[in-house]
Design a protein around this ligand. Structure first.
Ligand SMILES: [Zn+2]
Length: 313
């Protein structure tokens, strides 16, 4: 049986696993991955792969291909990891380096684009050729599948929809230079920034850490919001309206029949129900399969995405 080696590199954790061609995860191991630049990340990738091979090993034969999902901008054609963000740009020919080291053909891609590939191959892509996958986690980004093909753009930068304004005004400047990008309102980072900003005017029982390295817990915001906590009610109202507006705007762009949501902010279903209440029926009338949560396990969609990258699907 042919298998594929998958590596999902997030900001704080790294998953390595072996998958079969249906996307079933046969074995996996989790590693810490705190890093600040691509060179440091490369060292972590190599050390973790070496450990995986020594401690977990192959299920049977050596995998026939390897796929890697990475944050930032990735050229999947040349196999080059271009940058983490505009301030951290250190292009690395990662695919070639890994082929040379491990002797396994290697493909790489951006993490949300990889997750979209998992959705396309193992998830809603089985019933839809026109869908949008929106990842709402630490940040916000989307993958567009139009007529069965995934949109890439001229610089592999399509789908960075977190940096669009959606008519919800809080007064927070984004790192990209614009005000109130949806990522600053409805992502993990956004909830934290809005809580700190609006806390000056509103009462709350929410724990807001003073240590700048720590973020508020979004689950706590959801629980307090349901109890009527004024700040948390406002945070959920802003974020769900922002996401509903984002979804409706994107639906008008590519005319999908399915919108799939994934990522830590929506995984428990609470935000999903809040968003659904705010969608205008006329705007989403052709989204016949609905605005739905991914059916792929949110903890492993990145690893399955890296598997899809390995399969080159
Ligand atoms: Zn922005």
């Amino acid at each position: 049986m042919d298998t594929y080696l998958a590596l999902d590199m997030g900001g704080t954790k790294l998953l390595i696993g072996e998958l079969d061609k249906r996307g079933n995860i046969l074995k996996y191991k989790k590693y810490d991955s705190g890093y600040f630049n691509q060179q440091a990340a490369l060292t972590i990738i190599k050390e973790s792969l070496d450990d995986y091979i020594n401690t977990v090993g192959w299920t049977k034969n050596k995998p026939i291909a390897m796929g890697v999902g990475l944050i930032g901008r990735v050229d999947p054609v040349q196999g080059i990891w271009l940058q983490i963000d505009p301030s951290r740009s250190q292009p690395i020919p990662l695919a070639k380096e890994l082929v040379d080291l491990y002797g396994i053909p290697c493909q790489i891609d951006n993490d949300v684009k990889s997750a979209t590939r998992a959705e396309r191959h193992f998830g809603f892509g089985q019933i839809s050729k026109n869908f949008i996958y929106i990842n709402i986690g630490t940040g916000i980004a989307a993958g567009f599948v139009v007529n069965g093909r995934q949109i890439r753009g001229s610089h592999f930068n399509a789908g960075e929809v977190g940096h669009t304004q959606v008519g919800v005004n809080v007064g927070i400047r984004c790192g990209c230079g614009r005000m109130d990008c949806v990522e600053r309102i409805a992502s993990g980072i956004g909830f934290d920034q809005c809580a700190r900003f609006l806390n000056q005017q509103m009462e709350t029982k929410l724990h807001i850490p003073t240590d700048s390295g720590e973020r508020i817990l979004v689950n706590e915001v959801f629980a307090l919001s349901q109890k009527g906590d004024p700040l948390c009610v406002q945070l959920v109202e802003n974020a769900s309206q922002a996401l509903a507006n984002l979804i409706m705007n994107l639906v008008r762009v590519s005319d999908p029949d399915t919108v799939v949501l994934g990522g830590g902010i929506v995984s428990d279903g609470y935000m999903h129900s809040q968003i659904l209440e705010k969608l205008n029926p006329t705007t989403i009338r052709f989204v016949s399969n609905g605005v739905v949560l991914t059916k792929l396990n949110p903890d492993f969609i990145g690893l399955m995405g890296a598997g899809a990258v390995a399969m080159n699907v």
